[in-house]
Structures are given as C-alpha cells and as structure tokens.
Design a protein around this ligand. Structure first.
Ligand code: 4NP
Length: 164
C-alpha cells in the first residue's frame, strides 16, 4: 500500500470588473513570481461581469505584460461563479467596487472571509483601488503593471512568511 503525500497548494483567484485588464495581469505576475519563488499556488482570474467572457486580455494589457516578459495570450475572460467561493482559498478584488460585488455573491461568513482587497497586501502605498486602465491611455497600463508588480512582491513575501 502506498501513502500519497499531497503537498499543500494555495488557490488564489484574482478578480476585476471585465477580466481583460487588471486581473489577468495580476494572474500572470503572480504565476511568474510563484514559479520563481517555488511556491505551490494555483492561480486563476475572473470578472464580476461576463460581457467579455471568452475574450483574450485587452491587447494593450497584453503588450504591456509582454514588455515585462509575461505572456497573457493563453488567458480567456470568464465571469466569477458561485463555485469559485468553494474552489479558492483567497479571492482578491482589484478595487472596492469589485470587493462589494464579491461580498454580495458570498453565501456565508466563511466565503466572505476569503474576499480581500489586493492592495491591502501592499504596505507601501495607501491606495485601495487598482486604477481601471480600460478607458485611458497606454501609460495607465504601465502604471497598473508597476502597482501590481510591487503589490504581488509583498503578497509573495506575506505568503512565504504566512503573515496573513
Ligand atoms: P478590467 O477593465 O476590469 O480591469 O478588466 C475593464 C474592462 C472592460 C470594461 C471595464 C473595465 N468594460 O466596461 O467593458
């Protein structure tokens, strides 16, 4: 008889509004950093609305990510589902509006406790919201990249030291 040791795997879902700009980038950055740091994390992303379901990330977001070595072309937008609250350990909202929408979907306190604001992981800035770059210029996409990159460095550190 063999005994199987299943290594612990944290499951993290990144959520924004459309799942074509901010949360796919957060997913891509976290995936890259979790590999670099040899952390066993299952990562996905979703949007609170489904109007872009099935689409690739926004071309401007893909171009920005690629500039920093992250390929988002395999990702496809999907809407958050009720099953996500069971399947994931943590659900990170990109802004307070996403956060409120997620709390409305959560069925009980245990599910609500999984929902967090991503920028609360970052002690270096007091922003609560990852700005939505969708209606702005290219520079907005780069700002989002730097903010997410810095924040996910803290998230990785917090996970490593089990601080949160
Ligand atoms: P995201 O950006 O929430 O970062 O993916 C948006 C994408 C699409 C729309 C709004 C925000 N939209 O209204 O279509």
């Amino acid at each position: 008889m063999s005994i199987e040791f299943q290594s612990f795997c944290m499951k993290i879902l990144m959520v924004c509004l459309g799942n074509i700009c901010r949360s796919p980038l957060a997913e891509g950055i976290l995936r890259q950093k979790s590999i670099e740091n040899q952390l066993n994390i299952a990562i996905d992303s979703a949007g609170t609305i489904g109007i872009h379901a099935g689409e690739q990330p926004d071309k401007r977001m893909q171009a920005t990510a690629l500039k920093f070595g992250i390929d988002l072309s395999n990702l496809r937008s999907r809407q958050v589902s009720l099953a996500d609250f069971q399947n994931f350990d943590r659900i990170y909202a990109m802004d307070e509006s996403n956060f409120k929408d997620l709390l409305k979907l959560a069925k009980n306190d245990q599910e609500k406790a999984k929902v967090r604001l991503l920028l609360d992981e970052n002690p270096l800035n007091s922003l609560k919201n990852v700005p939505d770059p969708y209606y702005g210029g290219q520079e907005g996409f780069e700002q989002v990249y730097f903010l997410l990159e810095e924040t996910i460095n803290h998230l990785i550190n917090n996970l490593k030291h089990d601080k949160r």
